[in-house]
Design a protein around this ligand. Structure first.
Ligand SMILES: Nc1nc2c(ncn2[C@@H]2O[C@H](COP(=O)(O)OP(=O)(O)OP(=O)(O)O)[C@@H](O)[C@H]2O)c(=O)[nH]1
Ligand SMILES: [Mg+2]
Length: 405
């Protein structure tokens, strides 16, 4: 299943001064987004413009200032360029006959940061000899274009569409069970539970089980043991709340697959593997480390808030000292993340999968480890290995990276 919707894509345009980045953007999007002039250095700061490009859909194009060689890359310019690189879904490298170290530097940076890119050989109406550049880019998606005549622009648009990563939809749990099997959900009805209803992941889990023509049994933690005894056949999956997981694990025989709602959400809404990789960083934390608690929404903190109180307390106990915690809330990914050793993200209930994936990717490109509440809670309770067993790939990575038996 592929999804194109959900979130606008960021396209960044890079290349030497005067190569025609702004001109190309204007023809690609069919409107004057960026100022074009014959004078090199016209675009001085990244320009962001959100619009719709057929057939790509909603995008934000980012026009960046041109640089003529690597030596010219001032510290500030690199910083500005990097802010764009952290964010984008795809880079368009615009070139002409002046190919040199600068283009090589950009390509190696795209690769290092895992940024998909296409190369546009611009100004072909000038009939410049493209053979040297073509030789260099033949293994990457590339297209000859003219922003002046419009030649190749349609093809470039198609190339961009085809090179943009497609995000796969991942179900909450329906792929983990077969029709007719039993899913046992352990749902605490405590002070934290909303009045008179269940929370979203619980409702979604019930719905997906029913859609799978499987059987959903819902119990509170007190009735769990009893329910397991009453069932003629063991459940194919038991799902419990993260904060009760250690107690529940003791009641669920080892051979029955067990996980948490947060782990299911982490996979459904994000990238479970990356979030699992992030926990490795916990063992590298020291009392001098800095950890950012990242909340996607600015909710009113609860008295025993998971992100602001419980996780910092557990993590401090685990590391044995005064880690510096900082809470960052809001939909925008924060920029000031210097010297951060680990980001622990909330479950992202207000975010789409595409938004969450972008945030994980941005942390990775900045070289900062990222995990999330659910994964970290299970880890700190010594139960992550068990709750990852239903997900063989993530489980294997955890076992290998953390030398767990
Ligand atoms: N002949 C020809 N000229 C072009 C083409 N694309 C852009 N130009 C011209 O090249 C000059 C620079 O274009 P810009 O679009 O401002 O270039 P830029 O890469 O944005 O430049 P900076 O903002 O300075 O980095 C302008 O005079 C454009 O008219 C093209 O395909 N063919
Ligand atoms: Mg420009």
């Amino acid at each position: 299943m592929l999804t194109t919707g959900g979130y606008r894509k960021y396209l960044g345009f890079f290349g030497k001064r005067n190569v025609g980045k702004s001109s190309l953007i204007n023809v690609l999007v069919g409107q004057d987004v960026s100022i074009v002039s014959e004078y090199p250095g016209t675009t001085t700061d990244p320009v962001y413009k959100s619009l719709e490009i057929h057939p790509i859909g909603p995008v934000t194009v980012v026009d960046t200032p041109g640089v003529d060689d690597v030596g010219e890359l001032g510290e500030l310019r690199v910083k500005k360029a990097k802010e764009v690189l952290y964010k984008i879904d795809l880079a368009v490298l615009v070139v002409d006959e002046r190919w040199d170290d600068y283009e090589e530097w950009l390509i190696s940076t795209f690769k290092k940061m895992d940024i998909p890119f296409v190369v546009a050989l611009n100004k072909v109406d000038n009939c410049w000899d493209t053979s040297k550049v073509l030789e260099r880019v033949k293994n990457y998606p590339h297209q000859s274009v003219s922003a002046k005549t419009g030649e190749g622009v349609e093809k470039l648009r198609e190339l961009i569409t085809n090179t943009l990563p497609k995000e796969e939809d991942i179900p909450l749990l329906s792929d983990l069970i077969d029709g007719g099997e039993i899913v046992l959900l352990v749902v605490p009805i405590d002070l934290g539970a909303p009045r008179g209803r269940l929370i979203m992941p619980q409702v979604e889990a019930i719905r997906e089980t029913l859609d799978r023509e499987a059987i959903c049994v819902v119990v509170k933690e007190r009735e769990l043991k009893w329910a397991l005894e009453k069932l003629k056949e063991p459940p194919a999956l038991v799902v419990a709340d993260s904060h009760l997981i250690s107690r529940i694990a003791a009641d669920v025989p080892e051979e029955i697959p067990l996980t948490t709602f947060s782990i299911l959400e982490a996979r459904h809404k994000g990238d479970l593997i990356e979030l699992v990789k992030g926990v490795k960083q916990i063992e590298k934390l020291t009392p001098e480390s800095k950890v950012v608690i990242m909340e996607a929404c600015s909710h009113v903190p609860l008295v025993e808030d998971i992100g602001r109180v419980k996780i910092p307390r557990w993590l401090t106990n685990h590391v044995g000292g005064g880690i510096e915690f900082e809470v960052k809330s809001g939909k925008e990914f924060p920029k000031d993340l210097d010297n951060v050793d680990l980001i622990i993200h909330c479950g992202g209930c207000t975010l789409t999968r595409a938004m969450m994936l972008r945030r994980i990717r941005e942390a990775k490109r900045r070289g900062i480890s990222i995990s999330n509440y659910g994964v970290v809670i299970s880890y700190l309770h010594g139960i992550l290995e068990r709750v990852l067993r239903p997900f063989p790939e993530a489980h294997q990575i955890f076992v290998e990276e953390n030398a767990v038996m």
